[in-house]
Design a protein around this ligand. Sequence first.
Ligand SMILES: [Zn+2]
Ligand SMILES: [Zn+2]
Length: 333
Amino acid sequence: MKGVRFLGNCQVEVTDLPDPTPDPDQVLIKITASGICGGEVKAYKREEGMDANPGHEVAGIVEDPNGHAQWQKGDRVGIFTLQGCGYCRWCRMGKNDFCAEVKIPKATHSEYTCSRATAMVKLDDDIDDPLAVLIFGDGMGVPYGASTRAKVGPGDVTCVFGCGPVGLGMCIMQSFLGAHVIAVDVVPKRLELAKKFGAWQTIDAAKTEDMVAALRDMTDGIGPDKCFEAVGCQETLDIAMEATAPEGLIVQVGHGKQTLDPQKLISKRNLTIFGNWIYHPGEYTKLLDMQRNGLHAEKLITSTYHFTEAPAAYKAAAEGSDAKIILTYEEKT
Ligand SMILES: [Zn+2]
Ligand SMILES: [Zn+2]
């Protein structure tokens, strides 16, 4: 099959990759759309290359059910990023993301991939393939998981640190849920997108000397109620812990090395902090309901490229002026 290979140092090529072979618990998927994720941009910038690509957000059609009677060739499916076994206690609770045997679809910037037969959903006609990538993957899954677990709702002032694809997804999600969202980033283009996606206020951290003071100024001197750290660096976590209002909440979402000073959380301010990975696959119907009630998750997609244009797509992703970039796979005639 054709697919994208990471060569290291911000270089990718479209080349021949080995055809994937499904495990007994998997079906073979012909990919129709896949998403570029923040983690992949980090991998793209690394010195060392890879055999293929780290893509993992995907929608497609069943190419070979591989003996799984519930699927037929040609079924259009949404595919979960975190794929549990489907049978253990976590999976039976719909929290397949905690399954000890979790699998992730591999190399999804290619023509084919494999998905566990138990980790797909037949798509209704109103959910197109790029939208399915967002809803069943982490593109909208992380914003949904982090925001609903934090019980974001009307009356909340939230602050999203980091307006990459996930942070911008949180701007869409949290403004939909009724919160006043403050978006923080260092890239002006991303702050513009945040505003477009419903942010109430934005702060360019590169131009702001005292972030804590700036956040207090916007919030009657008390700070945001709920802060979402979507960068994965120490500085933003420290600012979030300093700025969050007493009795407030900090949700840690970004990937990166961080340490925590419990004194800052507990002493005098009664803060709560928790982490969030993606969302529980069992919750996808709630996310679909939101979409059908006006969430407009599709706003997050700011560019679409054919997968053979992956070098340009990755270059754009690394420049950081897009929200979500989707690769498509229709035959070129
Ligand atoms: Zn992802
Ligand atoms: Zn399981």
